[in-house]
Write a new protein. Structure first.
Length: 299
């Protein structure tokens, strides 16, 4: 299966390495791909030079980044991840591992939509929905966006925007809540696809004390400046540009619009080059590939 350029980023204070190792051991086909470290320049997180900055890891068919960014942001269940498994036994195993030290949001059991299902927030704050009943040839991991509070009822609008912005985007299916359960047009179940990645969206008729934030963001790995510009302009419209390639869209979802080369810059063994590139990124909002490359090379 082709890996999508959409890579979820999980924010931690200082547990990125521990969490990534746990996920790589707990989920199928898990592995650690790379570890990067903070350079020798001042950063907003205040983390010491040489400490772990990011851990790139894979589980099943999805890439993730675990980021040590300090205590500023905390993950919540507004973005969670479906984990599709084939058997009740595998659902039981995953549930037991994830719930240890965590919080059970919906208990393990049989539901109308799944023979064996549970929603768990693990001890690192990441939320997973273990779901028996994988579609033939379908993905194992599917990001799930829950629209509630001020953005309740916006799931369909968001899907229409995202599938328009990203190449090959399409809405695959949509089911609305019954009229007695939610306002007309609110989505109870959906699947859509952007850049090859299947995703799900849901309008929650229940009020929650949390919403989208930077605790979980969606990185878009761009092949050139043209892609950076296009995605940045489209997703920031009606939202809020942020620092270092981050932005918040009109629904409050956090995105990182970053070039593919960023892994080469921040993982380089040349500490001086790595520090120059990092310092250049720190001064930008939308990332400019040529300027970062110039700083990296000492130009």
């Amino acid at each position: 299966m082709t890996t999508s350029p959409i890579v979820p980023c999980l924010w931690f204070d200082d547990q990125a390495e521990e969490a990534a190792s746990f996920y790589a051991k707990t989920f199928p086909d898990g592995r650690i791909d790379a570890v990067t470290r903070y350079p020798s320049c001042e950063t907003p997180s205040g983390k010491p030079p040489g400490s772990v900055l990011t851990v790139e890891f894979r589980i099943a068919d999805m890439r993730f980044t675990a980021l040590n960014g300090g205590p500023r942001f905390v993950k919540n269940p507004s973005i969670s991840f479906f984990v599709h498994v084939d058997t009740a036994e595998e659902a039981n195993r995953l549930h037991a591992a994830l719930v240890e030290g965590g919080i059970e949001l919906m208990p393990l059991g049989t539901y109308p939509w799944s023979e064996r299902y549970a929603w768990v927030q693990d001890r690192f704050g990441t939320s997973w929905q273990v779901f028996t009943g994988r579609e033939p040839g379908g993905p194992v991991i599917v990001p799930f966006l829950m629209f509630s509070g001020k953005v309740g009822g916006c799931a369909k609008e968001a899907m229409e925007l995202f599938t328009k912005v990203f190449e090959g985007g399409r809405i695959e299916r949509v089911t609305e809540h019954p009229r007695e359960a939610a306002p007309e047009g609110w989505i109870s179940e959906s699947r859509f696809r952007i850049l090859g990645q299947q995703m799900a969206a849901f309008d929650s008729p229940v009020e929650h004390a949390f919403g989208f934030n930077e605790g979980i963001s969606l990185q878009v790995m761009c092949k050139d400046q043209q892609e950076v510009d296009r995605y940045w302009d489209a997703l920031s419209e009606g939202g809020q540009p942020g620092p270092c390639g981050w932005l918040t869209d009109r629904f409050g979802i956090s995105w990182q619009i970053v070039p593919e080369q960023i892994a080469d810059w921040i993982a380089c063994e040349d500490e001086a080059a790595r520090t120059r590139a990092f310092a250049a990124v720190m001064e930008m909002s939308k990332l400019e590939i040529a300027e970062i490359e110039r700083a990296f090379r000492g130009g």
